[in-house]
Design a protein around this ligand. Structure first.
Ligand SMILES: Cc1cc2nc3c(=O)[nH]c(=O)nc-3n(C[C@H](O)[C@H](O)[C@H](O)COP(=O)(O)OP(=O)(O)OC[C@H]3O[C@@H](n4cnc5c(N)ncnc54)[C@H](O)[C@@H]3O)c2cc1C
Length: 497
C-alpha cells in the first residue's frame, strides 16, 4: 500500500452514474478498456488472454496516445536476453534495490512483481511483435540515435545509487532506426496484436462517466459517439488507461504549478486527466498529482557531463552525470531557477537539441571575468572551480561523488557558460501522478480498499515512475504495459470466477 496521501484534484470530477439510470445498454462485454495507448493495448491483450470479451473505447481516430510519440525505452532488467547477449549481469534483486532507492513512495509488492517479472515481460512484449535488437549503445544520450537496444537510461552509476545496487543498463529501446519512432513502432505491434486477438475496438468515442451498480461496483461507462450518448456494460471490469493530465490547463496551473510555465508539454491533446478524474468520481484515491517528469538534456556530447552546473550563488547542487530528468528536477529548485553549465575549452560542446534553447551566454578568458559576466557573487565561482579542479585532478568529487569517468579539471581557458535557467532555457515534461492501484491494478480508495470492477494502468495510475529526480527512462512504458496486462488478466478472470 502506498504511504503517500491522496489529494482531491483541483478539477471537479464528472458524475458517477447509477446503473438504474441507464436507459439501455448499447454494448455488453466483459472487459471495457478506456484508451488505446500502450496500457490499454496491454489490458486488452491481458483480458483476451484470460478468455474475456473485450471492447476498447478510444477517443482519437486510431490507437497510439502518447505511447506512440514516446522514444521507445522500456525499463527492464533482471537478466533480459539483451542484457545477457551484451555481456551485462543483472538480477531482479539489484533492479529492485535500485528502483526502491529512487522511488519516493515505493510499494514493495508492486515493485517486487515488476522486477521479478521483468524478463518474462520482455518475452511477452516480443511475443506481441515488439522488436528489440541484441545490441548495446555505450554512449550517454537521452535516446539512442539508431536501433541499438540497451542503454544506461537512469541513475544506476550515479552516487549513492551505484553503492546501493550493482549498476546495470536497463533501458531497452525498441529496434527503430532513429531517435524518435520507437514508441510508434511498439504501438504498431501492440495494436496489431490487439486486432488479431479479436478484441472489439471503437474509435472517435469519448468516455465521459463511469457507471456503478447497486452494490457500488463499477459495471460500465457512458460515452459520446457522433454527438449521441451511449452506454457500454462491463461484466468483469473497466480499465482506465486514458493517459495523463499534462494538457489539462487547470491541473497544469494548480497541481503542476511548480513546473516552468513555458513547458514543452509532452503528450497528446487527450492527456486531459479524464482517466484520473473518472477514477476519483468512483471513490478512487488520486496520489502524487503534483509529480511530473521534467527534462532539459545537455548531453550528448558526453564532454558536457564533465562540466559543472552552478546556481545563482555560484555553487554546484547536483552530480552532473545524473540522468537528465534528475538534473532538471534539481535545476527548478535552485534560487530563481538560475543555473549555468560551465565548461572549459577541453570540454566545450553545444547542447544537442535546439528546441531546449540552452543558449551560450559567452566565452571568457578567465574564471573571474566569467563570474562577473554571469553576475555571480564575487569569489563564488572561483572557489567552486578551485575546489572541483583540485579534487578532479585526484579523480575525486567529495562534494557530489560524480563518477570518476566524468571528472576532469576545468582549467583550459577560454571558458564558456550555457544558460540552463528556468524561463531562459526550455524544459519538457509530463504528469506522473495518478490513481492509487493494487498489484493487480485495481483502483483503491484512500483507506486502501479496492473498488470492485475498476482498474487503472499507465499514465493515469500511480506506480513506479513517480518524480523527475527518481525517473529512469523506460519506466512509463514498462509499467504501462506490465500493469496494463495485469489489469486485463484480473478483470478477465472475474468473469471466469
Ligand atoms: C515525447 C515523449 C517521449 C516519451 N518517451 C518515453 C520513453 O521512451 N519511455 C517511457 O517509458 N516513457 C516515455 N514517455 C512517457 C510514456 O509515453 C507515457 O507515460 C505512456 O505512453 C503512457 O501510456 P498510456 O497507455 O497510459 O497513455 P497513452 O499512450 O497516452 O494512451 C491513452 C489513450 O487514452 C485516450 N483517451 C484519453 N481520454 C479518453 C476518453 N475520455 N475516452 C476514450 N479514450 C481516451 C487517448 O486518446 C490515448 O489514446 C514519453 C512521453 C512523451 C510524450
Amino acid at each position: 500500500m502506498t504511504k503517500s496521501t491522496a489529494s482531491a484534484p483541483s478539477v471537479t470530477p464528472p458524475a458517477l452514474l447509477r446503473e438504474v439510470d441507464v436507459p439501455a445498454w448499447d454494448h455488453d462485454t466483459d472487459v471495457l478498456v478506456i484508451g488505446f495507448g500502450s496500457a490499454g493495448a496491454s489490458a486488452a491483450l491481458g483480458a483476451r488472454e484470460a478468455g474475456a470479451r473485450v471492447l476498447v473505447l478510444e477517443r482519437a481516430s486510431g490507437p497510439g496516445g502518447s505511447s506512440a510519440i514516446a522514444g521507445g525505452h522500456f525499463y527492464l532488467g533482471g537478466g533480459t536476453p539483451v542484457q545477457t547477449a551484451c555481456g551485462f549481469e543483472d538480477s531482479a534483486e539489484e533492479m529492485y534495490k535500485y528502483l526502491e532507492a529512487l522511488t519516493p513512495d515505493p510499494e514493495p509488492e508492486k515493485l517486487r512483481l515488476y522486477c521479478d517479472g521483468s524478463v518474462a515481460h520482455f518475452h511477452w512484449l516480443e511475443a506481441q511483435g515488439v522488436p528489440f535488437d541484441r545490441s548495446y549503445y555505450p554512449g550517454k544520450a537521452a535516446i539512442q540515435p539508431g536501433r541499438d537496444c540497451l542503454i544506461w537510461s537512469g541513475n544506476e552509476k550515479v552516487w549513492p545509487y551505484r553503492d546501493i545496487a550493482i549498476p546495470a543498463p536497463r533501458g531497452h529501446k525498441v529496434a527503430f532506426d532513429g531517435p524518435d519512432g520507437g514508441g510508434a513502432l511498439a504501438m504498431q505491434h501492440l495494436s496489431s496484436a490487439v486486432g488479431q486477438s479479436d478484441a472489439q475496438q471503437l474509435f472517435d468515442v469519448q468516455v465521459c462517466n463511469l457507471i456503478a451498480d447497486a452494490t457500488g461496483g463499477i459495471c460500465g461507462v457512458r460515452f459520446r459517439q457522433d454527438g449521441q450518448l451511449r452506454h457500454a456494460r462491463a461484466r468483469g471490469g473497466v480499465v482506465l488507461s486514458a493517459g495523463g493530465y499534462i494538457m489539462n490547463t487547470q491541473m497544469f496551473d494548480h497541481e503542476l504549478a511548480w513546473m516552468p510555465r513555458d513547458l514543452i508539454k509532452h503528450g497528446v491533446p487527450n492527456d486531459d486527466g479524464a482517466g484520473v478524474l473518472m477514477g476519483v468520481s468512483a471513490g478512487g484515491a488520486a496520489i502524487g498529482l503534483h509529480q511530473a517528469f521534467l527534462t532539459s538534456p545537455v548531453y550528448p556530447p558526453e564532454s558536457m557531463i564533465k562540466g559543472v552546473m552552478v546556481n545563482a550563488l555560484g555553487q554546484r547542487f547536483v552530480a552532473e552525470d545524473s540522468y537528465h530528468g534528475r538534473a532538471a528536477g534539481f535545476i527548478v529548485e535552485q534560487p530563481q531557477g538560475i543555473t549555468y553549465l560551465i565548461l572549459d575549452s577541453a570540454t566545450f560542446g553545444y547542447p544537442p537539441y535546439d528546441f531546449f534553447e540552452q543558449k551560450l551566454v559567452d566565452g571568457y578568458e578567465t574564471v573571474e571575468s566569467m563570474e562577473a559576466g554571469l553576475g555571480l557573487p564575487q569569489g563564488s565561482l572561483a572557489k567552486t572551480l578551485a575546489d572541483y579542479n583540485s579534487a578532479a585532478a585526484q579523480g575525486e568529487d567529495p562534494a557530489f561523488n560524480k563518477y570518476a569517468e566524468w571528472l576532469q579539471p576545468l582549467d583550459q581557458p577560454p571558458y564558456a557558460a550555457f544558460d540552463l535557467s528556468v524561463g531562459h532555457a526550455k524544459f519538457a515534461g509530463f504528469s506522473l501522478g495518478g490513481l492509487s492501484t493494487s498489484a493487480d491494478a485495481q483502483v483503491r480508495r484512500a483507506d486502501g480498499s479496492v473498488l470492485a470492477g475498476l482498474y487503472a494502468a499507465g499514465a493515469c495510475a500511480w506506480n513506479i515512475a513517480q518524480d523527475a529526480r527518481g525517473y529512469s527512462s523506460g519506466t512509463c512504458l514498462g509499467e504501462a504495459t506490465f500493469f496494463g496486462r495485469r489489469a486485463g488478466l484480473h478483470a478477465g478472470a472475474r468473469i471466469r470466477d
